[in-house]
Design a protein around this ligand. Structure first.
Ligand code: SF4
Ligand code: SF4
Length: 380
């Protein structure tokens, strides 16, 4: 495993971080429970391969990710592992809420000190508004003086210029942001962090699965690369940027852990030719995906509440990228608070959506196909 200095924190962290947001679960992903025993074994496998940074959050895996991470840390004595978690800022609505959630998080993790406490999904607007009204920093100072955390960090999906303003407060020691082969918008924020000695961890190196293809699809996309798979390329792209200390991967199988750890143990830099070839191939896939369905939602709402756009989004992972696992995962999200509505099986083929689709997609027939391939009980 390669290790990199983490800004000015004095800590060297592994180039691969364990993202504990996709732990193995029993039942459905939105309603099930984390399989603690399997998750602990997976994290121990990663720690054994040199991963020394594990990242969780209050809200991951129906709130059970922190419990699983705590269990993995308690039963691991062989090496030092740094734990990062995130305070749920969207739940901070009044004074004292920061303290309340942090105490709950400490209870779940069963540790005395969090190494990297992140403000989760920090937006400049909230920082200057709601979080001031709720006196969040008083709770943070209370936690700091009580030794509940070592380093204050933030994760963000805000505009890069807003992340820069947040970094310029001088309060944060590391930044967690999105960065991948298809999305380089945060490069100015990463550059700024590096210049100020703020550590950078990257989330979404595989773009939420959009950079994961089957081996067959990958072979046709990038015949000239030395890489074995598209996730390898995606990870190597992120780590080719020396200003990034660590790439998080949400690992849910022993095979993923082994493969990612192997990539991050070698020199990860991509050649310019490889980068260009693979980027062009993925851009091509993106266009194909839009031909399948642009996600415009003109066809919605459906009288039966079918989330048509997300059904097709899920299916595109199957038909464009050959990634059945991601396709089923995405289909299983329908019904949660971010993907409201019903699955494809609720379609009664009434035809009301047909004339609204600018792509002239045969929606009811395609929906039937989606449920057949991705619905519960589908083969594979
Ligand atoms: S055909 Fe199906 S998806 Fe379209 S409006 Fe009718 S029920 Fe909804
Ligand atoms: S209107 Fe057509 S292209 Fe737009 S989301 Fe619906 S099915 Fe997709």
């Amino acid at each position: 495993m390669k290790y990199r200095d983490f800004g000015k924190t004095g800590v060297a962290i592994s180039a691969l971080g364990f993202g504990a947001m996709r732990l193995p679960m029993g039942g459905t992903r939105t309603g099930g429970n984390v399989d603690i025993e399997t998750s602990v074994a997976l994290m121990h496998q990663a720690f054994g391969l040199g991963v020394n940074y594990v990242d969780t959050a209050y809200g991951y895996c129906n709130g059970q990710s922190e419990v699983a991470v705590g269990a993995a840390l308690q039963s691991w004595k062989d090496s030092r592992v740094y734990v990062s978690t995130k305070m749920p800022l969207w739940l901070i609505k009044s004074k004292g809420d920061g303290r309340k959630y942090l105490e709950e998080q400490m209870g779940r993790l069963k540790i005395e000190r969090i190494d990297f406490l992140h403000l989760h999904g920090l937006k400049l607007e909230d920082w200057n508004g709601r979080l001031v009204e709720c006196e969040l920093m008083q709770d943070i100072e209370w936690a700091r003086s009580g030794g509940l955390f070592e380093h204050l960090s933030f994760s963000s999906h805000d505009a890069p210029e807003n992340m820069i303003t947040l970094m310029d407060t001088g309060l944060f020691e590391s930044l967690l942001c999105q960065y991948n082969l298809l999305d380089r918008r945060n490069e100015p924020a990463i550059d700024h962090a590096h210049a100020k000695g703020i550590g950078v961890v990257v989330m979404g190196p595989v773009a939420g699965g959009k950079l994961v293809t089957s081996q067959e699809v990958f072979a046709s996309m990038a015949p000239g690369t030395q890489a074995a798979s598209s996730p390898e390329i995606a990870l190597r792209f992120v780590l080719s940027n020396e200003k990034v200390s660590c790439a998080l991967s949400g690992m849910s199988s022993p095979q993923m852990v082994a493969e990612n750890a192997a990539v991050c143990s070698r020199s990860p830099r991509l050649s310019a030719e490889e980068e260009e070839q693979v980027r062009a191939a993925f851009e091509e896939k993106k266009k194909l995906k839009e031909l399948y369905c642009t996600g415009c939602k003109y066809c919605m709402p459906c009288p039966q509440g079918v989330n048509i756009a997300h059904c097709f989004e899920a299916m595109s992972y199957q038909v464009i990228y050959g990634n059945t696992q991601q396709a089923r995962f995405q289909y299983g999200l329908i019904g949660d608070k971010w993907h409201e509505g019903n699955g494809a099986d609720a379609c009664t083929a009434c035809g009301a959506c047909l004339e609204k689709c600018p792509q002239n997609i045969a929606i009811p027939e395609r929906l039937a196909e989606v449920h057949k391939v991705l619905g519960e009980g589908a083969g594979g």
